[in-house]
Design a protein around this ligand. Structure first.
Ligand SMILES: Cc1ncc(COP(=O)(O)OP(=O)(O)O)c(N)n1
Ligand SMILES: Cc1ncsc1CCOP(=O)(O)O
Length: 508
C-alpha cells in the first residue's frame, strides 16, 4: 500500500566481521559483507590488516595497529547492537587479545571463528604466536570454529588428516580446546569426489555432504561459509541449521559462478550476489520489492473456466488493471498445460515489469523460470524451496500465527501471506483469522505481509486501516477473477487501496 511503505523501528540481524581486507575482493572483509548482504543480515566491519592480493596470490600484508583495531571494535560494539561476531584474519596475538577483551566488555549472542592461518594460495596469513592465541584465548569464547584441513592440522600441531575418520577425531580434539561446536571442512580431502564436512557439537557428529563444484573460482569460500553461518545465527537459526544453510549457499554460489572470469591467476573469486553471470539461470530475475505486494492477483482455474478465459488472458487483464504481482494458483491444471501457460505468463509479466510466482509447484517455477513460489504450511518447507530455487528467487509462505511467522523468517522466506482475513469460498476449510489475527501476524513479522481471504472493494479499506508498516498489500482471487471484467475490478480495487492508504497514519 503506497502509504504502508515505510519500515520503522525494525532491528536488523547484525554481523560484525573482524577480518582483513582483500584488495581482490574475493575473500576477507569484502566477501563477508557480500555474503551477509546476500542473506539479509547487516554487516559491519573491523579491519585487522590490509592485504594486497589478487587471483594469483598475496603480494603484501599491512597489519592495522592493535590500538586502532581496539578503537574500531569499540566504535561498532558500543553503538550498533551486534548479534554475532565473525572473525577472519587476526594477524597477531595482540589483535586476538584486543578482540577477547572487547567481547568481554561488549558480549554478543554468538562468536564464529574462522581460523585463517594460510591463504588458499598457500601464503601464511598469521604467525606462530597467533596460533597459540587462538588455542589459548579465542577458542574458549567461540560458539563455532570452522577450520579447513590445513588449519585443523596446524591447530593440532601438524597431525595428518587424510580421511573422514581423521576429520572426526580432529573435530573432537579441537572441541577439547574450548569451542561449543566445530566444523572441519573437507573440501581439500584428497581423492574425495564430494565436499564432506564434519560438524561436532560435543555430543554428536554430523557428516555434511555436498557436491564438489569443478571451478577455479573458489577464492574466499572459507570466509563466505563462516559469514553465512554468522548471518544465519544472527537471523535466529539454530547452529546446525545455520551451518547447513551456509553450506548450501556456498555450493549454489560456486555453481552459479563456475564460469565467470575475474583475473588471470589460478584462483578466481565467486559471485555472492548471483548477478554477474548473465548466462546462468536466475540471471535477469528481478529482485523482490515489498511494494510488489500492493495488489497481488492470484489466479483460479475454476473461475477462468466459468468465465471462459485462458490463464494467459486472465493474467493480461489483471496486469492491464494494475496488478503489481501475479500468482498462478492452478490446483487442477495438468502439468503440461500449466507449464505452457506459465511460460507465456512469465513473458507477459516480465515485459510489464510485474513479477510472477507459482503456487506450490516448485517444478513448474523452475521449468518456466518464474520469479518465485508461494507455499503453505503443509507444502514443501521454505528451506527446501530455497535450496532448490537458489537465493535469487522470491519465496512467500502462508502464516496464521506469530510462531509460523518466526519460522518463516528463520527459514529465509521473503514475504508472509496472512489469511483468510475474511471468510472465503475460494479456499475450502480455511480458518478465518480476522483483522486481529492479521495485526498479530504483522506485529510479529520482520518480513512484509500481504493480506488474503475474502478481500474486495467492500472491505479493502478496512485492511489498509490496520495501518502497520509491514502490511504491504492485499492478495485477491475472486474479487478479480470471478468478475466479468478483470481489468475494471483491478482498477477499482487499486484506487481504493491508494485512497485508503493516503489516509493512513504512516506516510510514504
Ligand atoms: C499470497 C498468498 N497467501 C496465501 C496463500 C495460501 O497458500 P496456501 O496456504 O498454500 O494455500 P493454497 O493456496 O495452496 O490453497 C496464497 N496462495 N497466496
Ligand atoms: C488462497 C487463500 N488462502 C487463504 S484465503 C485464500 C483464498 C482467497 O481467495 P478470495 O480472494 O477469493 O477470498
Amino acid at each position: 500500500m503506497a502509504a504502508m511503505a515505510v519500515n520503522v523501528g525494525r532491528k536488523m540481524p547484525h554481523v560484525l566481521t573482524v577480518a582483513g581486507s582483500d584488495s581482490g575482493a574475493g575473500a576477507g572483509i569484502q566477501a563477508d559483507i557480500k555474503s551477509c548482504g546476500a542473506l539479509g543480515a547487516y554487516c559491519s566491519s573491523v579491519i585487522t590488516a590490509v592485504t594486497a592480493q589478487n587471483t594469483v596470490g598475496v603480494q603484501g600484508v599491512h597489519p592495522v595497529p592493535e590500538e586502532f583495531v581496539a578503537e574500531q571494535l569499540r566504535s561498532v560494539l558500543s553503538d550498533m547492537s551486534v548479534d554475532v561476531v565473525k572473525t577472519g584474519m587476526l594477524p597477531s596475538l595482540g589483535v586476538i587479545k584486543v578482540l577477547c577483551h572487547s567481547l568481554k566488555e561488549f558480549p554478543v549472542r554468538a562468536l564464529v571463528v574462522d581460523p585463517v592461518l594460510v591463504s588458499t594460495s598457500g601464503d601464511m596469513l598469521a604467525g606462530p604466536s597467533t596460533l597459540s592465541g587462538y588455542r589459548d584465548e579465542l577458542f574458549a569464547m567461540a560458539d563455532i570454529v570452522t577450520p579447513n584441513l590445513k588449519e585443523a592440522s596446524a591447530i593440532l600441531g601438524g597431525v595428518s588428516l587424510r580421511t573422514v575418520a581423521d576429520m572426526r577425531s580432529a573435530a573432537k580434539s579441537i572441541h577439547d580446546l574450548g569451542p561449543r561446536n566445530v566444523l572441519v571442512k573437507g573440501g581439500d580431502l584428497k581423492g574425495s569426489s564430494d565436499a564432506t564436512d564434519i560438524f561436532f557439537d560435543g555430543e554428536n557428529y554430523h557428516v555434511l555432504r555436498g557436491s564438489r563444484i569443478n571451478t577455479r573460482n573458489t577464492h574466499g569460500t572459507g570466509c563466505t561459509l563462516a559469514s553465512c553461518i554468522a548471518a544465519g545465527l544472527a537471523k535466529g537459526l539454530p547452529m546446525l541449521q545455520a551451518v547447513q544453510s551456509a553450506k548450501a549457499f556456498v555450493e549454489s554460489a560456486l555453481d552459479y559462478s563456475k564460469d565467470i572470469i575475474v583475473g588471470n591467476g589460478p584462483q578466481g573469486p565467486f559471485d555472492h550476489l548471483f548477478k554477474l553471470d548473465t548466462h546462468a539461470h536466475n540471471a535477469g530475475t528481478r529482485s523482490f520489492e515489498a511494494n510488489d505486494l500492493f495488489l497481488y492477483a492470484v489466479t483460479d482455474p475454476g473461475m477462468n473456466r466459468k468465465w471462459g478465459r485462458s490463464i494467459v488472458d486472465a493474467v493480461k487483464a489483471a496486469i492491464e488493471g494494475g496488478a503489481t504481482l501475479i500468482q498462478l494458483r492452478e490446483k487442477e491444471t495438468e502439468t503440461r498445460e500449466f507449464i505452457e501457460a506459465a511460460n507465456a505468463c512469465v513473458e507477459i509479466c516480465h515485459s510489464n515489469g510485474v513479477p510472477l510466482l507459482i503456487n506450490d509447484r516448485v517444478d513448474v517455477a523452475l521449468a518456466c523460470d518464474a520469479d518465485g513460489v508461494h507455499v503453505g504450511q503443509s507444502d514443501m518447507p521454505v528451506q527446501t524451496v530455497r535450496k532448490i530455487l537458489g537465493p535469487g528467487k522470491i519465496i512467500g509462505v502462508s502464516c496464521k500465527t506469530p510462531d509460523q511467522v518466526e519460522q518463516a523468517w528463520a527459514d529465509g522466506a521473503d514475504y508472509i501471506g496472512c489469511g483468510g482475513v475474511f471468510p472465503t469460498t475460494t479456499k475450502a476449510n480455511n480458518r478465518t483469522v480476522g483483522l486481529d489475527g492479521l495485526k498479530a501476524v504483522c506485529l510479529a513479522s520482520k518480513l512484509p505481509v500481504v493480506a488474503i481471504g475474502g478481500i474486495g472493494t467492500a472491505n479493502a479499506g478496512s485492511v489498509v486501516e490496520v495501518n502497520i508498516p509491514n502490511l504491504k498489500g492485499v492478495a485477491v482471487v475472486s474479487a478479480l477473477f470471478d468478475r466479468e471484467c478483470i481489468a475494471t475490478e483491478a482498477r477499482k480495487l487499486k484506487s481504493i487501496l491508494m485512497e485508503s492508504s493516503s489516509h493512513a497514519k504512516i506516510s510514504v
